[in-house]
Write a protein that binds this ligand. Structure first.
Ligand code: C2E
Ligand code: CA
Ligand code: CA
Ligand code: CA
Length: 274
């Protein structure tokens, strides 16, 4: 769009139209990704500070299109939310992960905690508790090994029964984690009413510790606050030893990050346990 005047404007709007068309096309492809078996699950280890051992993993979605290659989640997840297909996709990864978890138990592996992300749309489906209950029943994966991650924005949607939903899920025996903690708007007043098990400190707060005094204070406050509310606390996006040392000293319970491993396919994850 380098031409000037009216022609420039025309080119610019053509660009926009082109982008919109591309988005619609990508969306149509995404709608069929589940049935065409183009989605994959990768697992990122979660490590216990106390023992230094991997206690489980977060399951993350990957989209491998035969002709477009791999499309990153930051591109396709928001699109899936927008066009509504995040609900079947979210159910797909939940089922896959529970099946995998059951298979690992049957293979004699120790019980692992597996975390699955619930999008706001999925969380606010009328029957989310039933969906989760059915998948647990169908796969035979023990509820206490499943953790569901919700974001602050999912919990902050007005005019719904968020707390009842959380209690409903808890009654199934699953654990609940608040994802990307600190990036949303949850107030302490709300937080104390939510029956959560864990806060996941967003990577953006972890990136510059121990060098940023501000982030050091923020992270230590979050950990202190989480512990005083009896939530477990996990630090996301740990890449360096110095971050680990500091987090451990602050009393953080768990961490995940490239320091241990990027998210990897199931067999590679199992190899990391040894
Ligand atoms: P998230 O739930 O916060 O997941 C953590 C993201 O941080 C993952 O990106 C992971 O690869 C990345 N990460 C972990 N440790 C490090 C690190 O040390 N350094 C860096 N640079 N990155 C790290 P990923 O897999 O690309 O996913 C991005 C986001 O897409 C997720 O953020 C989540 O919001 C969404 N997403 C992915 N899979 C699913 C899914 O199955 N369902 C839903 N609803 N959302 C998903
Ligand atoms: Ca997550
Ligand atoms: Ca996160
Ligand atoms: Ca994130």
């Amino acid at each position: 769009a380098k031409q000037k005047g009216r022609a420039g404007f025309a080119l610019f709007s053509e660009d926009l139209t082109h982008q919109a068309t591309e988005r619609i096309q990508l969306g149509n492809r995404l709608r069929r990704a589940v049935e065409l078996d183009e989605l994959r699950v990768v697992y990122q280890p979660q490590v216990d500070f106390a023992t230094g051992k991997i206690i489980g993993a977060e399951a993350l979605m990957r989209w491998e299109s035969p002709d477009m290659g791999s499309i990153v989640p930051t591109r396709f997840i928001p699109l899936a939310e927008e066009i509504g297909c995040i609900v079947p996709m979210g159910e797909w990864i939940l089922r896959q992960t529970c099946q995998q978890g059951r298979a690992w138990l049957d293979a004699g592996l120790p019980p692992l905690s597996l975390s699955v992300n619930l999008s706001a749309h999925q969380f606010h489906q009328a029957d989310i508790c039933q969906v989760v209950a059915d998948i647990l029943h169908e796969t035979g994966f023990p509820a206490e090994q499943l953790e569901l991650e919700v974001t602050e924005s999912a919990l902050m949607q007005p005019g719904n029964q968020t707390i009842e939903l959380l209690h409903g899920l808890r009654k199934l025996g699953v654990r609940l984690a608040l994802d990307d903690f600190g990036t949303g708007y949850s107030s302490l007043a709300y937080l104390k009413h939510f029956p959560l098990h864990m806060l996941k400190i967003d990577k953006s707060f972890v990136d510059d510790i121990p060098h940023s005094d501000k982030d050091m204070r923020l992270v230590s406050t979050i950990i202190f606050m989480a512990r005083s509310m009896e939530f477990k606390v996990l630090a996301e996006g740990v890449e360096r030893q110095e971050q680990l040392d500091v987090l451990k000293g602050l009393g953080c319970d768990l961490y995940q990050g490239f320091f241990t491993s990027i998210p990897v396919p199931a067999d590679e994850f199992i190899a990391l346990l040894k």
